[in-house]
Design a protein around this ligand. Structure first.
Ligand code: APR
Ligand code: PHB
Length: 394
């Protein structure tokens, strides 16, 4: 079998790329190792930058997002037992974000691709990507009990952090930059209406907490916990008590979360990771296959979308004119934005969490930085611009 663009992985990166290519008249095949139900249920973040929401609309996958998604015009920061709102539109010249779960984005893109698109194969595990330096790279995969080969003009590795495509970039030219963090997140989904209108990010003496939402009736909440925490050691009651303690402020002592049945509970590690370059020969990496950010700031899905928007434009230019100019610029174009998001995610993470080894001096520095964001429109604008997403060219 041969296709123009072979895509490894049906996460948001692979699926959005397939849609953008379809709309540009370029054929593709998507190979996904898991089954459809697994991919559609994997819990991830749920905050879309304006450029990501626009790309989903342009891909024809914006209708349900526009009906059910929740536009948010700010976030709340809590620290020192006080609350401060960061207003996005006034600080960024009108930008906002959309709260809409990644699981829903993935469902919408899969439905569209299966109805009007090239092949999207589930239970198709890619074992290797070969011939990056040749004119016709090949993807080897296992499907329906047989080893099969897909030859392509280009291969795009959208296969996430544990994928195989990045191994097509020889170790001699590949550099990995990485940082791990001395804490994790315990994330829950609860059938409880959010009592907060916007996302709440809390720095507290007891550690970080985040209140997000999935709908008017479902809350998504996170607590900083030590690495290696077993979620079974956190009863529902203990989780709710700890959340209330970390969000507590002196200005509104009665503020409490609305409690409800906890339907999912998991511990997520925190990591920063970048692979350079993001392209070798005819193999390109996009999304988590090339970079991971810690979830504070919710940049993962947005970076994945930005990569494939840049890539789809580059492939469209190549298809129209034969020029590889934008393909040749792909890695540098994306890495500029990736490193900005890496810095922002690192900043949000290290400013809001309590490192178990942190001194009282370092806690004072965190609080001083947060005070600065609360007091200075310039400092707040820097946060708001990064949070809502820098323009794609950056
Ligand atoms: N063969 C086929 N598919 C594979 C293989 C393989 N060898 N290895 C991994 N995959 C699939 C995974 O099963 C997964 O469905 O690749 C897909 C990668 O999807 P994601 O991990 O969701 O990555 P990406 O599409 O880049 O989306 C980035 O995901 O982790 C979050 O925060 C991140 O929101 C961001 C988004
Ligand atoms: C989420 O809704 O899951 C979410 C939102 C914002 C973040 C991280 C996660 O920074």
């Amino acid at each position: 079998m041969h296709t123009t663009v072979g895509i490894v992985g049906a996460g948001p990166a692979g699926l959005l790329l397939a849609r953008l290519l379809h709309n540009a008249g370029i054929d593709s095949v998507v190979l996904e190792r898991r089954d459809r139900a697994y991919v559609e249920q994997r819990q991830r973040a749920g905050m879309l930058e304006q450029a990501t929401a626009d790309a989903l609309r342009a891909a024809g996958a914006g209708a349900r997002m526009d009906r059910e998604g929740m536009p948010h015009h700010g976030i709340e920061l809590r620290f020192g037992r006080r609350a401060h709102r960061i207003d996005f539109p006034s600080l960024t010249g009108g930008r906002s974000v959309m709260v809409y779960a990644q699981t829903e984005v993935v469902k919408d893109l899969i439905a569209l691709q299966l109805a009007h698109g090239g092949p999207l194969l589930f239970d198709a595990e890619v074992t290797s990507v070969e011939g990056a330096d040749s004119d016709s790279p090949a993807i080897r995969y296992l499907h329906e009990g047989r080893e099969q080969t897909l030859t392509c003009d280009y291969v795009i590795g959208c296969d996430g952090f544990h994928g195989v495509a990045r191994h097509a970039i020889p170790a001699s030219v590949r550099t990995v930059y990485e940082r791990t963090y001395p804490y994790s997140w315990l994330g829950i989904l609860a059938e409880a209406p959010p009592v907060y209108a916007e996302l709440v990010y809390a720095h507290s003496e007891r550690g970080f907490a985040l209140a997000s939402m999935r709908s008017a009736t479902v809350s998504r909440l996170y607590l900083q916990v030590p690495n290696g925490t077993d979620p079974a050691h956190w009863s529902d009651g203990r989780i709710w008590d700890e959340l209330d303690a970390r969000f507590a402020t002196d200005g509104d002592p009665g503020w409490k979360l609305e409690r409800g049945p906890v339907t999912s509970k998991a511990v997520l590690p925190m990591r920063s990771h970048v692979v350079e370059p993001m392209r070798h020969g005819r193999v390109f990496l996009a999304g988590d296959a090339a970079h991971i950010v810690p979830p504070t700031g919710a940049k993962g899905l947005n970076l994945a979308a930005a990569d494939v928007i840049v890539l789809a434009r580059a492939l469209a230019l190549w298809r129209r004119t034969g020029s590889t100019r934008l393909l040749d610029a792909y890695s540098d174009t994306c890495l500029r934005r990736v490193w900005r998001a890496e810095h922002f995610s690192y900043f949000m993470t290290t400013t809001l969490h309590t490192d178990p080894a942190q001194s009282a001096f370092e806690t004072r520095l965190q609080l001083s930085q947060l005070e600065r964001v609360a007091a200075s429109p310039h400092a707040a604008a820097e946060l708001a611009e990064n949070y809502t997403g820098l323009p794609l060219a950056h």
